[in-house]
Design a protein around this ligand. Sequence first.
Ligand SMILES: Cc1cc2nc3c(=O)[nH]c(=O)nc-3n(C[C@H](O)[C@H](O)[C@H](O)COP(=O)(O)O)c2cc1C
Length: 338
Amino acid sequence: MTYQELLEKARARMAPQCRVCKECNGVVCKGEIPGTGGKGSGAAFKNCIEFLSSVKIKMDTIYENKGQDTSFLMFGKKFKYPMFVAPIGGMNLNYNGAITEEEYDDAVVFGALNAGVAAFTGDGPNDSLFLDSLPIIKKAGGIAVPTVKPWKNNNVIEKVRLLEKADAMAFAMDIDSAGLINLALAGKPVSAKSVEELSEITASTKVPFIVKGIMTVEGAQKALEAGAYGIVVSSHGGRVLEHAPATCSMLPEIRKSVGNKLKIFVDGGIRSGADVFKAIALGADAVLIGRPYVIAAFGGGSEGVELYTEKIGAELRDIMVMTGCKNLKDITIDKIIL
Ligand SMILES: Cc1cc2nc3c(=O)[nH]c(=O)nc-3n(C[C@H](O)[C@H](O)[C@H](O)COP(=O)(O)O)c2cc1C
């Protein structure tokens, strides 16, 4: 299967919710929630795309060539690329249900695993969405990151016990779901979390905890105070706050404020190896990619997920060749122009 064939198959299978546009940029799907778009005018989604395309990369090909190593260490494991599948839930609600939640999780967990990376999995109004991912994660040796919604803490901690049994290497919480229309419509009690509530969750387990949906230095500091292992700088794909800035534009100040005390992931509009390079140069340890992986799964199942990972990974390696970066540590802010 070529990437072009994958896209054609996905286009036929995903209509009408996702049009599989030439560039997945939030323009056509703006305001479509449920659906795949950003909130309202789609500005928060589009800001991510526009910011990343405004960042330029400095070229330098005079160096001693020692090859390019794209690998990185996280959760005590080695991954081939600094790249994860973002958690996406709601195959029926947001897409057309052509694949089930379980089929989707299976495709992303095993596709990512086969490509040497890993997937975050999602959560939603039906408990089954989270619960059905766990046997898949267990079968994958725990190489995945289940993501829990900000339910009441006792409910979250019950889910932590279950993900521990599935040997999950880490888990996340999309705290920004406190503003999700989908959940409000379904009458599910999610809400903002205090530092004390987040601390109770980190204290309840040895599994590394990642707080997803941080957009400010203050938010990053609160996650640190709560004992989080890492954060995802994310605006939930622009789906929760219409006027959020570009996620990657917040990275330098967040990195400066937390130093190396937190692992920093970022998502929102990462669409190429060049975008991965820019995100790392701006201060991220790794990126998450969301909507394009859904397209890959609809278009080619786990094989599609593997193919898409290799495509982005090859693009990253190519940029490293053109910028004289032999490993990810060489990708620093002086390699880009803001
Ligand atoms: C349809 C849809 C469903 C999503 N479901 C979840 C979810 O269950 N949990 C979560 O943490 N994030 C969820 N997200 C947000 C993604 O994880 C990610 O933050 C976002 O899509 C940004 O990346 P992208 O621009 O690469 O898509 C969802 C996003 C979309 C578009």
